[in-house]
Design a protein around this ligand. Structure first.
Ligand code: ADP
Ligand code: MG
Length: 583
């Protein structure tokens, strides 16, 4: 039988270190967070061999009193909290008093520090878990902390480290995360003697452009929402930008980078309607709230949090992000700045016939306006009246039966006609589903009868009220046939038998009607897709313009229901570059 022995202190610390210090980047995180907690405004990081050989962090923070140096390396010793009350409203990045002790247990740690107002600096070293004597040293106010030979005392752990470049990559990413949240602090990063990063003090927006990238920034919308003690600020990329990896996902709670499942879920939901399912949303978001509303003492590395009011936080984040994603079309800044060339041709080409009634317009947009959905009034027919060119401009032509070409202030607009129409229908259907007890129905001139399987006929019978609500009038015309007498007004342009078959098949798949309620968006999306104009349908200029005007007022018009973009702007500058004009 084996006996029980107490562990010695060094081994206890080495075991505890496993939780905090997984790799060089996690050690670096602790050191830089300490510098930030000390109020530093200038932080320089030096790494050797991906941080495995050496990590040094120099700061200009408030420093450590000489007498406190041994305590800084002792476990469960901290200057940041004193009582449980402090813990419950902690606003510093650290508070556990374990990081330096853990590092000292698995490597050689040296602190050189001069406290604010102190006459001189002191240095203290710990090797293999044993403290040496503090000695006088020279430096200005602030702290230099050096960790060398990480895991040299725990070779088993060292084996798990990856290549130098991988470890450096993790350190670099960690620096980005911290730097995004502290634009008021300057950071430098040097690797193997090579200066690689220098981020000076700048406004947050500039820091985001530099670190998350210009491409992200240009494709993003800014937001700043507040409600009942919660604030969400930052930038979310329009779905068309989103990448196939999760790289550009920066989420902070009270300045702390977190990976939180609740928030991730709220964000995924906000993007659900606009993002292709294999793509990941991209964002830099800062959630702030009273520190007592969030428990950060959940995980040793403090990357997880727990909210006191989880439901309220979820709802708030979901709504704030949905709102910005739902807001109308976003024209790239470059296109707006250009302001258009004062091109007389643009005025001349303003179509005079834009409000001429025609089949497509009335089939689609006529009924909408009749039902109170605001259709923007068409441009006046007087070309000599000065007037703003609409966002998406005026249609020029249809390309290969797929794309609409239009001219706006900034240059050329290309629209994927099916994708755009599908989004318009989907948004309008959703609105009507929410607002109307029953969607408006339009009788067919001739009832349309068609063959259907007995299963579909049975499905119709069990979902009769839902179909009525959607604006269909369908009834069995025999054991294996159905007859459609009326269609939803919004979809009256589509083939009755095809659309009804599609809807019944979906309903069959969902099974019971409770599920239908949950899946109503999918059902409506399917109907929109089925009813949107198909490729090769020739549109008149007036029809194309009607579509452009609809896109300008409908929510989420930037993407189709599958997350593909619906339109693109090619600016005159871009065109000039293609043809080397003015060079
Ligand atoms: P914690 O950050 O949780 O308090 P640490 O082990 O990281 O625990 O640090 C222990 C203590 O050492 C801190 O509470 C702080 O007082 C001091 N300290 C560590 N690094 C610095 C620094 N760069 N500047 C000033 N004080 C520091
Ligand atoms: Mg700390």
């Amino acid at each position: 039988m084996s006996r029980i022995f107490p562990l010695n202190d060094v081994l206890i610390a080495q075991i505890a270190a496993g939780e905090v210090v997984e790799r060089p980047a996690s050690a670096l995180k602790e050191l830089v967070e300490n510098a930030l907690d000390a109020g530093a405004t200038d932080i320089s990081v030096f790494l050797e061999e991906g941080g495995v050989r050496l990590i040094r962090v120099e700061d200009n923070g408030h420093g450590i009193e000489t007498d406190d140096l041994p305590l800084a390396l002792a476990s469960h010793a901290t200057s940041k909290i004193h009582t449980l009350e402090d813990l419950e409203k902690v606003s510093s990045l650290g508070f556990r008093g374990e990081a330096l002790a853990s590092l000292a247990a698995v490597s050689t740690v040296e602190i050189v520090s001069r406290a604010e107002g102190a006459a001189r600096a002191s240095a203290l070293r710990s090797r293999g878990g044993r403290l040496e004597q503090a000695i006088p040293a020279a430096r200005g106010t602030g702290t230099t902390l050096t960790v060398s030979g990480l895991f040299s005392e725990t070779p088993a752990r060292r084996k798990f480290l990856k290549s130098e470049s991988t470890e450096f990559g993790h350190c670099d990413e960690l620096m980005k995360r911290l730097a995004l949240s502290f634009p008021q602090v300057a950071f430098r990063l040097t690797h193997n003697g090579k200066p690689l990063r220098h981020w000076p003090v700048v406004p947050l927006e500039t820091r985001v452009r530099v670190i998350a990238g210009e491409a992200f920034f240009v494709a993003s919308s800014g937001l700043d929402e507040q409600a009942s003690g919660l604030r969400l600020q930052g930038w979310v990329a329009r779905p068309a930008y989103s990448s196939a990896s999760r790289d550009a996902q920066y989420l902070y709670v009270n300045g702390r980078f977190v990976r939180d499942r609740l928030l991730a879920h709220a964000l995924r939901q906000a993007y659900q309607d606009v993002l292709h399912h294999q793509r990941h949303p991209a964002y830099v978001l800062f959630l702030t709230m009273d520190p007592s509303m969030v428990d950060v003492n959940v995980h040793p590395a403090k990357t997880e949090v727990r909210f006191r009011e989880a439901q309220a936080v979820h709802r708030f984040v979901f709504q704030a992000v949905s709102k910005v994603l739902a807001s109308g079309l976003r024209v790239p800044e470059a296109a707006q700045e250009r302001g258009g060339r004062q091109d007389p041709a643009l005025t001349l080409q303003r179509p005079l016939a834009i409000h001429e009634p025609d089949a497509f317009h009335s089939a689609l947009f006529g009924p909408l306006s009749a039902r109170g959905v605001t259709v923007p009034s068409p441009a006046p027919a007087y070309a000599d009246v000065p007037q703003e060119v609409p966002l998406l401009g005026y249609a020029l032509a249809q390309l290969h039966g797929i794309y609409i070409l239009a001219q706006n202030q900034a240059g050329l607009i290309l629209v994927d006609m099916h994708a755009a129409h599908e989004r318009i229908l989907y948004e309008t259907l959703k609105k009507s589903w929410l607002q109307d007890e029953q969607m408006a129905s339009q009788p067919l001139l001739l009832p349309s009868a068609f063959n259907a399987s007995t299963t579909l006929v049975a499905t119709l019978e069990s979902h009769a009220s839902l179909l009525l609500r959607l604006g269909f009038q369908v009834s069995p015309a025999g054991p294996e046939s159905l007859v459609v007498r009326a269609m939803p007004v919004l979809l009256s342009d589509s083939d009755p038998s095809q659309l009804v078959t599609e809807v019944l098949n979906e309903l069959l798949e969902y099974g019971d009607s409770r599920l239908v309620q949950e899946k109503n968006h999918e059902l409506l999306a399917g109907m929109a897709c089925r009813s949107a104009v198909r490729a090769n349908r020739q549109l008149t200029v007036a029809e194309m313009n009607a579509l452009l005007r609809q896109m300008e007022v409908v929510e989420r018009a930037d993407q189709c229901n599958h997350g593909r973009p619906t339109w693109r702007q090619v600016t005159l500058d871009e065109l000039d570059r293609w043809f080397m004009r003015g060079q």
